[in-house]
Design a protein around this ligand. Structure first.
Ligand code: NAP
Length: 359
């Protein structure tokens, strides 16, 4: 009898059927058990390759923020063999949000790290496997996708990309030199180091406004430096910013240089209307000038826009059959925890349909 080369069932030299398993390398099989074993093989999909056992998954999810954890919850509940690969903290950017007040179900808001913990617990309850590894590349092998991390490879039928975004750098002199010495991209991580200080926050979106508000707990004064004369962020955050006596706004302005000695001491700021340059003595610079997708490792594989956001259909399907994208890493209008969760659920259901049709 002929079996595919990667099947654990093979004929031995006498024509008997043997099961190649790690624990019992040459277990002889009665032909009557063959149907049962074929079924087990199909369910478990354990294949022997390159001298070691390589697990094949129905679904690999890359990224463990709200989109990835929701996708994992759904695929696990659909009894698809799923693994989620995340190299940082489960919950992603959600973990550094002090109080999430626009996620339904929590009328008083909920701490971002607590919401992350609850989503993780819920997904794992239904059997989602989670590994802490860094994905370096994704390749196609026929219909299969092979996700490679620094440690191993994960062949799968469906890949769901949920890698989210990271904060964009401003790109001014001093930014790199003073990173971690007064320049920060995370208020909840670093805010407490600036007790009683004067600081600036750059940007006019939701991140800049919410982080500036959070920072007023610690600092003496926050100046928001924004390049226009109107904020981009949600109205309720704007109202709170305008009402907060510790927050000042510097409109139509851009940082030219971050200066200091061992740590940050001042910023040079240019008024974009008048061209006037002023220097402001401060101890901290928090930068929130937008996001960049974490999709570098997929360049050339799936279609993206010029910034690297993945182009998808309405159910998260990318330009490659069997690869879906969900959450902030895909091109879309709104990037919130609520929309990431919706994306994750949609991509997981679309993935299940894809597997059903594929057979
Ligand atoms: P964003 O909405 O893209 O805002 C970036 C801000 O930085 C804009 O005000 C932009 O100015 C400014 N900017 C961009 N490049 C700049 C440069 N080179 N120099 C100076 N300023 C520059 O990014 P975000 O605030 O990080 O928010 C990203 C997404 O996450 C949004 O969808 C947001 O709603 C969401 N988010 C939601 C919450 C929440 O609901 N609690 C919290 C955080 C983030 P312009 O306005 O002139 O373009």
């Amino acid at each position: 009898m002929e079996f595919p080369a990667d099947s654990p069932l093979q004929s031995d030299c006498l024509g008997s059927i043997v099961l190649l398993s790690e624990s019992q390398p040459f277990l002889h099989i009665d032909k009557r058990d063959l149907d049962v074993l074929s079924c087990i093989y199909r369910i478990n999909k354990e294949v022997r390759m390159e001298g070691g056992v390589r697990k094949t998954y129905d679904v690999v999810i890359v990224g463990g923020g709200p989109a990835g954890l929701t996708a994992g919850l759904y695929t696990s509940r659909s009894r698809l063999r799923s693994v989620l690969i995340e190299n940082g903290l489960l919950g992603g950017q959600m973990t550094t949000t002090e109080n999430v007040e626009n996620y339904p179900g929590f009328p008083q808001g909920i701490a971002g790290d607590e919401l992350s913990r609850l989503m993780e617990e819920q997904a794992k309850r239904f059997g989602l496997e989670v590994v802490s590894e860094y994905v370096v590349e994704v390749k196609l092998e026929g219909d299969k996708k092979v996700v490679t991390t620094a440690e191993r490879s994960y062949p799968c039928d469906v890949l769901i990309i949920c890698t989210g975004t990271e904060y964009r750098k401003l790109g001014v002199p001093g930014e790199k030199e003073f990173a971690g010495k007064g320049v920060s991209y995370c208020a909840t991580c670093d805010g407490a180091f600036f007790q009683g200080n004067q600081i600036v926050v750059v940007g006019g979106g939701d991140s800049a406004l919410t982080e500036a508000l959070y920072l007023t707990k610690f600092v003496k004064e926050v100046t928001i430096i924004h390049r226009r004369d109107a904020l981009r962020g949600t109205k309720i955050y704007q109202e709170r910013v305008f009402a907060n006596p510790k927050i000042k706004l510097l409109w139509n302005s851009a940082i030219q240089e971050i200066k200091g000695g061992q740590t940050v001491q001042s910023v040079r700021v240019r008024n974009l209307k008048t061209g006037e340059i002023t220097e402001h003595g401060i101890q901290g610079v928090f930068l929130f000038v937008g996001l960049l997708p974490r999709t570098q490792f997929l360049k050339g594989l799936v279609e993206m826009d010029e910034e690297g956001y993945i182009l998808t259909g309405e159910n998260g399907e990318t330009s490659v059959k069997g690869i879906f994208a969900a959450g902030d890493c895909r091109k879309k209008l709104v990037r919130q925890i609520a929309t990431a969760v919706g994306d994750g659920a949609t991509a997981a259901c679309a993935a299940e349909k894809y597997l059903e049709l594929k057979g």
